[in-house]
Write a new protein. Structure first.
Length: 180
């Protein structure tokens, strides 16, 4: 078996707009789940759709979410120190679209969303979500244009029907999709 060098684009030390655009196009082919991250700060709800999150550890249960550093949600999550992550089902595409919209209102952000409050953080948990986690932040790291927020899970549960649990919302090729 011969091992050759793959043809491709080498990212220069001084990153160009072309390299950024190529990365954006290629990284869109990374399939990921879709969730809503939320927090409550000074009596106000903050929420946004995310696809950059992962389970870090089972013991203790630990999650990570990646948030654009200059966004309202990143500032609020970092300042509050607690947040919730609600994994969305395919049926919740409208919620994902609404909370992913740039320029969404600061006041009344969740008036179009069915949600309840997490028992520990009081952050919004999306009704009907496949699973939810309340998290207490343990570290925040800056990585390029984003904040990587890591935290220990302090409460968790399910809110979806069995049918919706088997039908997660997935982000792939720059669009929301279903697995099936």
């Amino acid at each position: 078996m011969e091992h050759g060098v793959f043809p491709g684009e080498v990212v220069p030390a001084e990153v160009t707009d072309e390299a950024v655009n190529s990365y954006r196009l290629l990284s869109a082919d990374i399939a990921s789940g879709v969730a809503v991250v939320s927090t409550r700060l000074r009596g106000r709800d903050y929420a946004a759709t995310v696809s950059g999150f992962l389970s870090v550890s089972y013991d203790p249960p630990t999650l990570l979410v990646s948030l654009y550093a200059e966004s309202r949600i990143a500032e609020a999550v970092v300042e509050s120190g607690t947040w919730a992550l609600s994994l969305l089902s395919a049926r919740q595409r409208g919620t994902a679209n609404w909370l992913a919209s740039p320029g969404s209102p600061l006041e009344g952000l969740l008036t179009q969303v069915d949600y309840g409050r997490g028992p520990v953080t009081e952050a919004a948990v999306i009704e009907g979500c496949i699973a939810w986690f309340e998290v207490r932040t343990t570290s925040v790291t800056t990585a390029a244009t984003h904040q990587l927020v890591v935290g220990e899970v302090v409460a968790m549960g399910r809110r979806a029907s069995a049918e919706d649990e088997a039908d997660p919302l997935v982000h792939f090729a720059s669009a929301y999709s279903r697995l099936g």
